[in-house]
Design a protein around this ligand. Sequence first.
Ligand code: GDP
Length: 544
Amino acid sequence: MFDKEIGVNVCRLHSDDGAHVLGRSPVVTVMGHVDHGKTSLLDALRQTSLAAKEAGGITQHLGAFVVGMQSGASITFLDTPGHAAFSAMRARGAAVTDIVVLVVAADDGVMPQTLEAMSHAKAGNVPIVVAINKCDKPDANPERVKVQLAAEGLLLEEMGGDVQVVEVSAINEVGLDKLEDALLLQAELMDLKARVDGPAQAYVVEARLDKGRGPLATAIVKAGTLVCGQHVVVGAEWGRIRSIRDMARKVIAEARPAMPIEIEGLKGLPMAGDDIVVVESEERARMLSEGRKKKFEKDRLTKLEEERPKASEEEEEEDETKPERVEVPLIVKADVQGTVQAVTDAVKNLNSSQVIHAGVGPVSQSDIDMAQACGACIVGFNVRDPPSSIALAATQAKVKIKLHRVIYHLLEDIGNFIVEKAPGTLETQVAGEAQVLNIFELKGRSKSKGDDVKIAGCRVIDGRVTKSSTLRLLRSGEVVFEGSCASLKREKQDVEAVGKGNDCGLVIKDCFDFQVGDVIQCLVQVNRKPKFVSSESGAVRIEC
Ligand code: GDP
């Protein structure tokens, strides 16, 4: 089978015709509301993984791990909890996940991100197995959670549907075996199969740079067999596979479907969700990678072009009172490439920030230099606290470093930071309205007392009227005069403000044309700042 891709004929040999097709393990992603125990559950499951058993319980975060059952069956877990990573992968077309474990805390119930996870799973057409966590807590109420989930349209097994529910405690490691059984049962129902022979089709789930070994990618084979020594194109990068390791870090010669592996030998760092295509020669790998790089660059420029004219049209239409859009420059650092991408995408969605640099690893001196040069703020996700020398350098350079481990907290923090930085726009608002009920005339009795004045006897019908503000006189809805307040009295006493429902005497400087029935509006200048808003579903944005 030949695919024409960016002017290069790629021999993709991915056809299943006549191929050897076998059952494969399910690939599972854990999702749910923040603090409901996704990380704890993954930690507990990782302890039961094959790698942990082989390494005497010591495990490392590599993006995925495999749990083996006594029956010989196994489950592959993606080790990056959260929705951002899931959506980032899906956005690149990497449908790696077969089943979603929806974690709901038994003491907290269905929350915005629980619903968001449900929507993600639905959009990806991925079945859910519910893990009601924290069942060890005294105030745990799994039944309530079930009712809530059912009310949200999840068809639970015990209510006649097909969604399995398992009660667990990640902390006490209770119910993990039941969860694993439920996942295997779900997988059985799905009858997951993959071609095992022929060139591999695989996806990157995480990538990082190792000082000694260069770019390392954790990948999951979807079909076929990946063999050491093959030439591959990974996203826009390429390389020759120098070594394949399983999750226990053991060097293996080849990798089969649903197997997470770490590959070495790529020329550059790929991104989470990038596909891995086996090609027949180095020449083809280079050509395809170059072609893809050019195409990505072209797409990027086209996208920029498309955005530009739209922005200028909008600008023309904008009235002067509209606040300027703030663009806070950010530098994103995260533990692994997958999270770098997810965090970058998430902060971009805030719509008021510009990621000027994103990379893997802890915050470094060069990040601070760049941040200082661009007036940027550094955002670290799941990275170590910087050493004191770096923290000091940041303080001296007046560069803010914001470190987080929960994506929502990070977005909230950045959102508030952007709002704080935004200059805002002065806007005139009507703070109160008064209706003219009587008119009194005060004749200038002497030169020292000044000219004649007209006093409007009013009742405040809405809000407040304040002396320090500008007043606007309206007749039948039309503005007839605008001026400053020369006097505001309540029962002959000078006052600063009069509230709704009260009568007052009002003088507008140089205004002699009151009529009964006129409306006087009290205008105030307010500095309108953009707002950080988070919706019910957990989505966040900055509203100008
Ligand atoms: P995540 O934000 O969903 O990844 O949640 P975490 O795994 O970080 O857990 C949030 C908090 O809940 C932590 O303080 C955990 O110790 C606690 N936690 C997680 N699982 C359990 C559990 O089964 N029982 C109890 N009592 N606490 C738990």
